[in-house]
Design a protein. Structure first.
Length: 401
């Protein structure tokens, strides 16, 4: 392969549209920008029988290949998890790789089943294999029990990328080891700057925005308690909840009477999320666990002041008092104080929103994709340098491990 020549790239994960979350966003925008850089890119994912899927060639020109079908939802690490299933799934992966002859097979979440692990097992020896670590977790009994086979999968890769230091540290918590450069998540700056206010909410009320799966790790309950504490001083504030998930019904049923007409459940959205951001006055990031949170970056790129929990994933993006406020987990009183302070001060909201937008500019996808491509080139050069005799692929390294 000539240096600088176009690459055939497969990005592999169970998580892709119509599923909404950090990995689908990461895959979509990375694929789009690699395609714009002249590469042939496929997204290899699975089917969602219960939901409408997009076309096999999406609007950016990237091919979407769906193998098997998704299993039911499982809650793990406080989040909804999915796995691809199918009697011929492994064979389908092997046949796809044999047919397409990818130069790079890039798996997202390499220690989590099922498609990333199958991709490592069936990667042809000619392909360079790369894994990106996305997740933050403090501990996991299941991962500890499986750490030896999972370490073999990590060791089989030609190289690893991490979106944050906490994604690497999380592996150490369960006894896994690897080294990886950090290439963070990106954000579509143009999209998040282009939103327009939604006329149905243009009624003079101030708006809070949450974009999140409605799942245990996203602590929307604390935000609702903080809103209730602020309700006497700010009775007209409305919360826009963009997302869906298993916590929707519990949240609906537990709403205090004072907030019954102040919370709008918008459901899952993709194309008009920037309009919800443009409609909002404050962006609330509610996760208790995050590695390098993409949805937080999106609120910042939209130029909104932030209120977020003070956790590893947010400290690297938000300086409390500059781009917004970081508040302790499980502390509705402190959350309410930050909320009331922003609601009372339009100039402060504007100043923090402008600072947040400037901070997000460092994470534009064009620059992030350039770093990922450079990592591909580095690993390809390492595999093919003159005099190198170790030409075995990931599948062979796994078997030998």
């Amino acid at each position: 392969m000539r240096p600088g020549s176009p690459l055939r790239i497969a990005l592999v994960s169970e998580y892709y549209y119509p599923d909404v979350g950090g990995i689908p966003e990461h895959m979509h925008h990375l694929a789009r920008h690699l395609f714009l850089r002249g590469h042939e890119v496929s997204i290899v994912t699975t089917r969602f029988p219960e939901r409408v899927e997009g076309p096999p060639i999406d609007s950016t020109g990237v091919e979407v290949i769906r193998l098997g079908r998704t299993s039911g939802q499982i809650i793990a690490n406080g989040s909804v998890s999915r796995s691809a299933v199918g009697l011929r799934l492994g064979q389908e992966v092997a046949e796809l790789f044999q047919k397409r002859q990818y130069d790079v097979i890039h798996v997202h979440g390499p220690i989590f089943p099922v498609l990333p692990i199958l991709a490592i097992r069936h990667a042809p020896k000619e392909a360079v294999t790369v894994g990106t670590l996305h997740s933050h977790f403090d501990d996991s009994l299941m991962l500890r029990l499986l750490r030896w086979p999972l370490q073999r999968y990590l060791d089989a890769l030609d190289g690893v990328i991490a979106v944050s230091q906490s994604a690497i540290t999380s592996l150490f918590h369960v006894g896994l080891r690897c080294t990886a450069p950090i290439i963070p998540n990106g954000v579509d700056l143009d999209f998040w700057r282009s939103g327009r206010r939604l006329p149905q909410f243009d009624d003079g009320r101030l708006h809070l925005l949450v974009q999140a799966r409605l799942e245990p790790r996203n602590d929307i309950k604390t935000l609702l308690e903080a809103m209730d504490l602020c309700h006497r001083e700010h009775p007209d504030v409305r919360l826009l909840l963009v997302g869906d998930g298993p916590m929707r019904e519990p949240l609906l049923s537990s709403l205090p009477e004072s907030l019954r007409h102040s919370v709008h459940f918008a459901g899952t959205r993709i194309g008009d999320r920037n309009d919800f951001a443009a409609t909002s006055d404050i962006y609330c990031f509610t996760a208790r666990i995050a590695s390098h949170p993409m949805s937080l970056l999106e609120g910042m790129a939209a130029g909104r002041p932030i209120i977020a929990h003070d956790i590893d994933g947010t400290r690297q993006l938000v300086l409390s008092g500059v781009e917004g406020f970081l508040v302790p987990v499980n502390d509705p009183q402190t959350y309410a104080a930050a909320l009331c302070r922003l609601l009372c001060d339009e100039a402060l909201r504007r100043r923090m929103g402008q600072a947040a937008r400037r901070r997000a500019e460092a994470y534009g996808w064009a620059g992030i994709a350039t770093q990922v491509e450079a990592r591909y080139r580095e690993l390809i050069a390492r595999r093919t340098r003159p005099g190198k005799t170790d030409r075995i692929g990931a599948a062979d390294r796994f078997r030998l491990g």
